[in-house]
Write a protein that binds this ligand. Structure first.
Ligand SMILES: [Fe+2]
Length: 133
């Protein structure tokens, strides 16, 4: 079993977002394991590309959810996503150039995921619950 796995504490209480987050963590774990097992560079690059596309998809998905519920912090949240994508692309480039290790990159992604999810994404679910009651 990978050391990186989905944890109950990551749940924000929105089934669609939680589901997408699980896949995100799963992809990170897959890359981590592949790197540990010494899989070839080509395969690792393919997985990183998959993760890149998935992150882009997930952000659009989350932004559309926020948009559809008139979420008041939509712009701020979208800005967080844009900033992350910027850093993400920068770090991917550094990996290509050999200036950054996959381990460091995954640690960065996981740290970011945990803090962003627990603070920012959680607010979406809390806002929705407030609306329903
Ligand atoms: Fe988010």
């Amino acid at each position: 079993m990978s050391v990186i796995e989905w944890k109950k504490k990551y749940e924000i209480g929105h089934s669609r977002i939680d589901f997408e987050h699980q896949i995100f963590v799963d992809l990170i774990a897959k890359i981590y394991d592949a790197a540990k097992e010494g899989k070839d560079k080509e395969y690792l690059q393919r997985l990183l590309y998959e993760l890149n596309k998935y992150v882009e998809f997930h952000f659009v998905s989350e932004e559309n959810i926020m948009y559809s519920i008139n979420y008041p912090e939509y712009e701020t949240h979208k800005h967080h996503h844009e900033k992350l994508l910027e850093i993400y692309n920068q770090k991917s480039m550094e990996i290509e150039l050999g200036e950054q290790t996959i381990d460091d990159f995954l640690t960065f992604l996981l740290d970011w995921f945990v803090s962003h999810t627990i603070i920012e994404d959680k607010k979406i679910a809390t806002y929705l619950k407030g609306k329903i009651i």
